[in-house]
Design a protein around this ligand. Sequence first.
Ligand SMILES: CC(C)(COP(=O)(O)OP(=O)(O)OC[C@H]1O[C@@H](n2cnc3c(N)ncnc32)[C@H](O)[C@@H]1OP(=O)(O)O)[C@@H](O)C(=O)NCCC(=O)NCCS
Length: 174
Amino acid sequence: MSAAETNPNVRTVASTQSEMTEIILPNDTNTLGNLLGGRLMHFIDLTGAMAAYRHSRTHVVTAAMDHIDFIRPVHLGDLLTLKSSVNRAFTSSMEVGVKVWAENTQTGGVVHVASAYLVFVAIDKQGRLQKVPQLLPETANEVRRYEDALRRREHREAESARRKEARLATDDEA
Ligand SMILES: CC(C)(COP(=O)(O)OP(=O)(O)OC[C@H]1O[C@@H](n2cnc3c(N)ncnc32)[C@H](O)[C@@H]1OP(=O)(O)O)[C@@H](O)C(=O)NCCC(=O)NCCS
């Protein structure tokens, strides 16, 4: 038996995997008939939250959405499929990866259109931080994502400290 089966404070990546499919309608698109970036970010946020809910089994808020790569446009009428899973859990936060594909309904062709990393934080109804279960990476890819997630967290923390310093330095400016 694995640690995830015997320990309620450990989850597998597979237990967090989530998926959502949407058809792109005129309300989702810009004047060229391509999916709006903000709408895509909304779908990414929702699919990411599903994995975070499955991992934490509590309330979650989006703390950060970073590293979104919009690789190719998505067209009116395409079927959009988003897949998410937790890459790593820390104390109250979880990094979730979301990958997005578009399917042309006429040709059946499927292309990778976007990828993103998000950080969700677990809180209770009063907004107090909640400790989340640890993640057990099982496959070579899961281990790679687990290790990369720590590097991204360190990078985010350094950037956040730099931005805070810049804000403080310019606070007196109009
Ligand atoms: C996210 C939030 C709960 C963090 O609260 P906080 O009091 O700043 O908490 P802390 O600084 O103690 O950090 C708590 C955790 O959040 C993480 N975190 C906080 N801000 C973060 C950010 N900008 N990016 C990534 N992680 C962040 C910390 O790394 C920490 O993780 P850990 O417990 O796993 O080590 C708070 O900033 C918040 O409520 N933000 C608004 C969220 C929101 O409204 N989202 C959109 C709608 S869902």
